[in-house]
Ligand binder design. Structure first.
Ligand SMILES: Cc1ncc(COP(=O)(O)O)c(C=O)c1O
Length: 318
């Protein structure tokens, strides 16, 4: 590998690893391929969209030299943007709910970002971020964007988010030499699911694309019209409509409990040496359910979204 001009060149092109030990451990029939996106420089898959969205904003003339960049984030996009903005010389403000883990706040601050923490809604719990919490973060982001004359990245509506993660799908396809029968992905912005599913269906329309949902926020499974009950899978599962998700990409939904997600993360680290967070565990648990039911004998691709290091303040690995 040649000398890189900056750490930005180390974003993406992550390894794809066969979960042979996990498949044996859980006595499954089939294959799980894990895309190690927690190995991106700030520790999550969101480095890809941070770089992609900033580069596109520059190209489209939306972001001026030296202008402040702002974003509402559960933390990982903030970490990625903080890193990218520090290298490219933009001041960055991350607006976050207090419900997210403290590690993400500190990582953004380490890259020089200003982090604005927004109180949770009265009925919310720390470690569980609801749609109501996110609405408060959105309102504060809108206020600060005007006050600072900032460029708001807008990952929830910015199609360059999905475009950057379509590349993740292309990498999975190339690395597996087209040997993917299904993917399973947990949604926050839905950029990951949309991007990877778009890539898979472009390569082979018969690849099945499953949305992974917390049992307590099973919106796309059709069970969470109004009654969002909290869950611990940070980074998504807000139990509400996702603006740029094309529902025709969804072939099915897999529900996972907090315990299954946590057991999944612990099995990934304990059996495979892969240190992911709650959503990575949810992906492993979903792949397990698929291989135990309709996808027996098949190959399921999942993403390791972020590093377990971002959850050391929680009981995930205590
Ligand atoms: C840890 C983690 N997993 C999964 C997701 C969901 O990814 P996406 O926003 O691409 O749907 C996020 C988003 O913030 C995340 O931080």
């Amino acid at each position: 590998m040649a000398v890189m001009k900056s750490v930005l060149e180390a974003i993406g092109n992550t390894p794809l690893v066969e979960m042979e030990r996990l498949v044996k451990h859980w006595k499954l029939n089939g294959r799980i391929l894990a895309k190690l996106d927690h190995l991106n420089p700030s520790g999550s898959k969101k480095d890809r969209i941070a770089l992609g969205m900033i580069r596109e904003a520059e190209r489209k003339g939306l972001l001026k030299s030296g202008q402040t960049v702002i974003e509402e984030t559960s933390g990982n996009t903030g970490n990625g943007l903080a890193l990218v903005c520090s290298v490219l010389g933009y001041p960055f403000v991350a607006v976050m709910s207090k419900g997210n883990s403290v590690e993400r706040v500190r990582v953004s601050r380490a890259f020089g970002a200003r982090v604005v923490l927004v109180d949770q809604a009265p009925a919310s719990k720390p470690g569980e971020v609801s749609a109501a919490d996110f609405d408060l973060v959105t309102a504060e982001t809108e206020r600060l964007t005007k006050e600072l004359g900032a460029y708001c990245v807008g990952q929830f509506t910015n199609s360059d988010n999905a475009a950057a993660q379509e590349r993740t799908g292309d990498e999975i396809w190339e690395q597996s030499e087209g040997e993917v029968d299904a993917i399973a992905d947990f949604m926050g912005t839905g950029g990951g699911f949309t991007g990877i599913a778009t890539s898979m269906k472009r390569h082979n329309p018969s690849v099945r694309c499953y949305v992974v949902e917390p049992e307590n926020a099973a919106y796309y499974s059709g069970e969470c019209a109004e009654s969002f009950r909290g869950h611990r899978v940070q980074g998504g599962g807000y139990g509400r409509e996702i603006p740029f998700l094309d529902r025709s990409l969804i072939d099915g939904c897999v529900k996972v409990t907090d315990k299954e997600a946590m057991d999944g993360a612990r099995a990934l680290s304990g059996v495979e040496g892969i240190f992911g967070g709650f959503s990575s565990g949810a992906h492993a648990a979903a792949a397990r359910k698929l291989l135990e039911s309709g996808e027996q004998g098949k190959t399921i691709a999942i993403v390791i979204c972020d590093s377990g290091l971002k959850y050391l303040s929680t009981d995930l690995y205590s």
